[in-house]
Design a binder for this molecule. Structure first.
Ligand SMILES: Cc1cc2nc3c(=O)[nH]c(=O)nc-3n(C[C@H](O)[C@H](O)[C@H](O)COP(=O)(O)O)c2cc1C
Length: 407
């Protein structure tokens, strides 16, 4: 455990170890976007788990940009409750870095409770295409969210550019807007560079961390990581240029993801349907790491477990999380290893790994239950190891059966 256990400087702060709890939406905020007791319980457990970095899930920067009915929000109204949550987490564990992921859902916002908007015309001609002024206002809301994150005691933010939400849409070659936010690579990255500049001056020159999670390859025509509006083959030229630009902007880290959960979920979340997806994530992180000097977080590690998976190496040890985490950090593929679904299955995962109590780990089965819950707009968690979430999934399935039988 030589590498996993070693602390690492990130910006002006230090992460106590190399395990990261990736942002994972629980869809359990109240109607305003405040954390509820259920939200706080999830994060108290993660604080207890002691990962080097704990991300708080995608927090919407306005109430009209939600993809989930009960999405956590980050605006003036939710600041007091966010502050209390962070204090509770820091009280349990003052060492782990707590970073808040801030987002606007763009065309993935849901019309029942939000406003569906897009950066460039979508397949649905009724979706509102944002004007230049509206985009500028959204940029200001991101800056405000970063300031609130700092005021409520977070160690930093993650300016979300991944998984198909508004900022990811902005980066795509398919974004052929005619104003300064579309067309050339320089224009498509304007939203990021302009907002980043304002954010840096608003949060001041101190230790507050700023970073980005982005999808290096989305797997759709004209998606990020392709070479043109009609192209679909992977081409990392732009993602590599973007990574350098994020570093140049003065940001402190990069969290490398891929895919769009709503469209290309198999790219985002490796599972038994495509075990080798984990290797693709390793490769993407390695390419980004070669391009920058700031710390890089790799994604897609939950499927590895203790080697009980369908990867092809005959030795289960060489298929396990610990093997790959040590190897990848040791060989400079990434600096941190990120776990999404595994942190739902066992919030104490980091602690158990670091203390060598691996036999006590509840390993994620990558069954997809948490994703079904999120898509169904219900409270989301592990449907295998928690009776509470298991019951919620059963209710969804019962409702689906009833709906089918009524057809
Ligand atoms: C239920 C659920 C919620 C998620 N919420 C977020 C989120 O808020 N922000 C984000 O960037 N990714 C989110 N993701 C993606 C994960 O962070 C992660 O990238 C993905 O699950 C693959 O990593 P894993 O193999 O470790 O699970 C979510 C995934 C799931 C299944």
């Amino acid at each position: 455990m030589e590498f996993l256990l070693s602390p690492l400087k990130i910006g002006k702060k230090v992460a106590p170890n190399r395990i990261v709890n990736q942002p994972m939406e629980g869809n359990d905020a109240d109607e305003v976007g405040n954390p509820t007791e259920l939200t706080c319980e999830r994060y108290r457990n993660l604080a207890e788990g002691g990962a080097g970095i704990i991300f708080l899930e995608a927090l919407t920067i306005t109430q009209e940009s939600r993809a989930r009915k009960n999405q956590l929000g980050i605006y003036e109204k939710t600041a007091p409750r966010l502050e209390k949550l962070i204090q509770e987490m820091k009280g349990i564990n003052p060492e782990s870095l707590i970073l808040l992921q801030i987002t606007h859902s763009g065309r993935l916002s849901v019309a029942d409770f939000s406003r569906v908007v897009t950066v460039y015309p979508s397949e649905d001609p009724h979706v509102h295409v944002l004007s230049t002024e509206e985009i500028e206002k959204i940029s200001d809301a991101f800056v405000k969210a970063a300031v609130i994150a700092q005021q409520v005691g977070a160690d930093g933010i993650d300016f979300k550019q991944c998984h198909g939400y508004l900022c990811a849409e902005m980066l795509r070659p398919a974004n052929t807007r005619k104003d300064r936010f579309g067309g050339s690579f320089e224009n498509r990255t304007h939203f990021f560079t302009e907002t980043a500049k304002k954010m840096i001056s608003a949060v001041g020159n101190n230790s507050f961390l700023l970073g980005v999670r982005f999808s290096v390859y989305e797997g759709i025509p004209g998606g990020f990581g392709t070479s043109g509006p009609q192209e679909v083959m992977e081409d990392l030229s732009e993602p590599l240029a973007f990574a350098r630009l994020v570093e140049k902007a003065g940001f402190d880290y990069l969290n490398v993801s891929a895919g769009i959960p709503a469209i290309t979920p198999e790219i985002v979340r490796p599972s038994k349907n495509y075990p080798e997806g984990v290797y693709r994530h390793f490769g993407w992180a390695r390419e980004i790491k070669k391009a920058v000097n700031i710390p890089v977080i790799g994604s897609g590690y939950s499927y590895l477990r203790d080697g009980d998976n369908d990867l092809k190496d005959l030795d289960p040890k060489r298929r396990s999380f610990t093997y790959w985490a040590e190897k990848n950090i040791g060989q400079g593929v990434c600096d941190f290893v990120g776990l999404g679904r595994q942190s739902l299955a066992d919030p104490l995962f980091a602690k158990k790994i670091l203390l060598g109590k691996t036999s006590e780990i509840n390993y994620c089965l990558t069954c997809g239950g948490c994703s079904i819950q999120l898509r169904s707009q219900v409270q989301t968690g592990c449907v295998v190891f928690s009776e509470f979430y298991k019951k919620i999934l059963k209710e969804i399935q019962k409702k689906q059966r009833n709906d089918i039988s009524r057809l």
